[in-house]
Design a protein around this ligand. Structure first.
Ligand SMILES: C[S@@+](CC[C@H](N)C(=O)[O-])C[C@H]1O[C@@H](n2cnc3c(N)ncnc32)[C@H](O)[C@@H]1O
Length: 290
C-alpha cells in the first residue's frame, strides 16, 4: 500500500456494514458506527443500497448488487468475530489492520478493555479524523500507526503500552490477503511473542476460487465504470490462503487452531443469504496453556 494512500477496501467493507445495520441478522449484528464513519459521498451509495426495493436506475441497482453482497458478508463476518471476542473475554484487544472497525465504540463489553488499533499510518490518519464523529470510545483506546511491511509489530505495541504478561485477543479481519506471506508470518510471530496464556487470535480469510476471483474482477470493473474508482488499485491482494496454509501459519507461530468456521454455516443460522460467502472463513486459535 502506498505510504500516502488510506485504504479504500476499508471504506468498502464499512459501507457493507452500514448497509447491513438494522436489516440483516437483526438482534445478532448491529453496527451503528459504520454510517457515521463514512464521508458524505460514501454514504450516498449506502442509502441507495438500503432503499431496496424502491431503488431505481442503473447506479442504484448496481449499488444494491455490489453493496448488498458486502452487507451479507460483513454481517456474518462481524457476528463471528464479535462472538469470538466476547467468548475470549480478555482484558486487551489488538485490532490489526483496523480500518474503519467500530468495535471500540460500539461494543459495551470493551468498557474495561485496553483496545489497540494497529493500522497503516495513512489509513489510521484518516480513521482518526473520521472517528471524531463517534465521540469517545467505550473503553481505553490506543491508536498505533504501523506499516506491517516495515515495522516490528511487537516493538510498536510495547511502546504503546500493550502488556505482554496479560492475555490479549487479536483480530486480523480482512487483512492477511493484503500482506505478503512473509509479512503475515512475521506478524503472527510478533503476535505470538506478546501473547500470554489465554490469548486468542481471530483471523478471517477467503479461500481462493475462480468464482471469487471473477466476482471481485466484475465488482472492480463496475465500480470503475460508475466513476467510483477501483478500491483495490493501490491495495492489491498479495497472498492467497487455504485452510491448510492458515493452519500452518498459526501453528508455526505456536498457536493451537480451535475452530475454523465457514460463514455459510452461520448464514443458515442467522437467515442471511449465503450467495457470496462460500469461500469466507474465520479461524480462531489460542495460545498454549490458556
Ligand atoms: C479490507 S481492510 C479491513 C479493515 C478492517 N479490518 C475491517 O474488517 O473493516 C484492510 C486493512 O488492512 C490494512 N493494511 C493493509 N496493508 C497493511 C500494512 N502493510 N500495514 C498495516 N496495515 C495494512 C489497511 O490499511 C486496511 O485498514
Amino acid at each position: 500500500m502506498p505510504a500516502d494512500r488510506a485504504s479504500r477496501t476499508a471504506v468498502l467493507v464499512c459501507q457493507g456494514r452500514a448497509v447491513a445495520h438494522g436489516r440483516l441478522a437483526v438482534g445478532r449484528f448491529d453496527d451503528p458506527t459504520a454510517l457515521r464513519l463514512l464521508r458524505e459521498t460514501e454514504r450516498t451509495p449506502v442509502m441507495r443500497a438500503r432503499a431496496v426495493p424502491t431503488s431505481k436506475g442503473l447506479a442504484a441497482r448496481l449499488d444494491v448488487e455490489l453493496l448488498g453482497r458486502q452487507a451479507e458478508a460483513m454481517a456474518l463476518r462481524t457476528v463471528a468475530v464479535d462472538d469470538a471476542v466476547r467468548a475470549a473475554g480478555n482484558p486487551q484487544l489488538v485490532i490489526v489492520g483496523a480500518g474503519l472497525d467500530g468495535r471500540a465504540w460500539r461494543m459495551s463489553e470493551l468498557a474495561q478493555v485496553d483496545v489497540f488499533e494497529v493500522d497503516h499510518p495513512a489509513s489510521q490518519h484518516e480513521k482518526r479524523s473520521r472517528a471524531v464523529a463517534l465521540g469517545p470510545p467505550v473503553g481505553r483506546h490506543h491508536f498505533v500507526a504501523a506499516d506491517l511491511d516495515e515495522v516490528d509489530l511487537g516493538a510498536v505495541l510495547f511502546a504503546a503500552g500493550h502488556d505482554a504478561t496479560g492475555p490479549t485477543t487479536w483480530i486480523l479481519e480482512g487483512v492477511i490477503p493484503y500482506l505478503s506471506e512473509q509479512a503475515a508470518a512475521t506478524t503472527l510471530t510478533a503476535i505470538a511473542g506478546r501473547s500470554a496464556p489465554g490469548s486468542t487470535v481471530v483471523l478471517t480469510y477467503q479461500l481462493e476460487s475462480p468464482r471469487g476471483r471473477l466476482g471481485r474482477l466484475l465488482a472492480r470493473a463496475l465500480l470503475v465504470l460508475m466513476g467510483r474508482g477501483d478500491p483495490m488499485a493501490n491495495e492489491s491482494r498479495r497472498s492467497s490462503w487455504s485452510r491448510e496454509t492458515v493452519q500452518a501459519l498459526v501453528a508455526e507461530a505456536g498457536f493451537l487452531l480451535r475452530e475454523d468456521i465457514g460463514l455459510v454455516a452461520l448464514a443458515g443460522e442467522l437467515s442471511v443469504p449465503d450467495r457470496h460467502v462460500h469461500a469466507s472463513r474465520v479461524a480462531v486459535s489460542v495460545s498454549p496453556g490458556g
